[in-house]
Design a protein around this ligand. Sequence first.
Ligand code: GDP
Ligand code: MG
Length: 601
Amino acid sequence: TDPARIRNFCIIAHIDHGKSTLADRMLEVTGIIEARQMRAQYLDRMDIERERGITIKSQNVRLPWSPREGEHAGVEHVLDMIDTPGHVDFTYEVSRSLAACEGAVLLVDAAQGIEAQTLANLYLAIENDLTIIPVLNKIDLPAAQPEKYAAEIAHIIGCDPDDVLRVSGKTGEGVPELLDRIVERIPAPTGVDEGPARAMIFDSVYDIYRGVITYVRVVDGRINSRDRIKMMSTGATHELLEIGVISPEPKPVEGLGVGEVGYFITGVKDVRQSKVGDTVTLQHAAATEAIGGYSDPKPMVYSGLYPVDGSDYQLLREALDKLLLNDAALTYEPETSAALGFGFRVGFLGLLHLEIVRERLERESNLSLISTAPNVVYRVEMEDGSEHVVTNPSDWPHGKMNAIYEPVVNATVIAPSDYTGTIMELCQSRRGSLSGMDYLSESRVELRYTLPLGEIIFDFFDALKSRTRGYASLDYAEAGEQQSDLVKVDILLQGEAVDAFSSIVHKDKAYSYGVMMAGKLRELIPRQQFEVPIQAAVGARVIARETVRAIRKDVLAKCYGGDISRKRKLLEKQKEGKKRMKMVGRVEVPQEAFVAALSNA
Ligand code: GDP
Ligand code: MG
């Protein structure tokens, strides 16, 4: 394809503002899919995406479009659209998708206005020098306020409110006009036609039938179906089994040239051999310089994953190995917990990633899992000059510490201005510091905070939503680390620390964490035949204490008389109950107590 007739664009928006639905309409309007084959969120191919109604993986599709008027009227163009995931955990994928485009459709819900992720994605697009096409969506809604929000958008990106297009992904209104504008405004790709081939990987997915499918955007030169390709980050070479474009299903082609977006298959079985952000070149005429910007995904949050039934350990390992083929951001290594047995310490991009991985493991491998309270990564400098990177509270070092560092993020909250006070209160209680504040309009405010990541990974978003009656939106991006006064709080049962309950918290919060956990466990641990003291301690210093009083539990006491079968039943039942108990020293702790104590800790 002549690059002059190619337009590469992505759709960026806050979650739920209607990207996937608009993409559906574009598939229909351009005629590559017939109405009767249509299903909602056509490009969200994973079950979990369809059920949750969210996009996890980026998707791309090639659309033919001949503008109806203007200088390109009647000339068929090739539009390559990339539907991006909207959630903060997947910002890395969004940024790679953006790097594969020249333009972005900035989609804003006409009943909601600009939200935190709208801004975050907009800034990413501006950093990538993309041409922005502002669009208000859902204009069919009775609650839509297109005038108000067009002004908001115009104010943020510095355009005329009349330049903001109005569409409905639901009814299709305005979609042809949007496609026309994409051809008119977004620049055609430029690249060196005769140079050594270079293509950037913006996504790679594992398919059980075909192995890894790698999505690329060719920057320079050409990759043909019979070429042998080379990955620039590792030097590994592969034979191409297939090269093609998605429209809307995969279609093999002879090759891909400058500016084209497509996929290839090499037969590798592991997405880590085709890394997002890497540059692909040809083995026989290799480029010397990679396209910039590649970085490995970095786990931000760790949690222990344990099978509820210890004999499922091997099954869990196999399930993780399988998931890894699909998810280059996942990391894990075996760990043992005195309380929970054998399991894995797993690294995630964020909490949504954790939830998704956990759900897929449980669903696809039929496993029942306990996950320990998530924690971030700490760096501890000791007085003797050694340094520890702590991904598990039980590895917290002993001895004299010089300094402790924790990761921080730059967070953006957008909300109606009435809630400014309550949002500030919440951020302060989470050790945040205000770095800026702007009014988007008279009634809506943008607050910028620097916050410790460890303070927002638990229930910050829920707390924010409930304090603002659902009106606040949040986005954050990592922003290095800060030195903090952190301590490890241990929870002891009968004098024995239960590793799964240890947590790293700020010094000022150690007491309230200790009291909360001890109180929770007193409710959750059944009475035993002896007294069970529950203590929270920082080092050797006990900061909170509760006691589970002793009881003589005699299940037979209630049934005097000679009903043997009834007695047997009760004894059987008691035995079954035992199986679901974990022994911590002499103390029996029901499985459910771990689950309950570790949830929303
Ligand atoms: P995404 O998260 O940005 O991909 O958003 P989706 O496309 O999944 O849409 C989120 C919700 O908004 C879904 O319930 C859609 O049916 C609905 N929606 C999307 N576009 C429109 C629209 O133009 N009008 C109306 N009324 N609803 C829409
Ligand atoms: Mg979507």
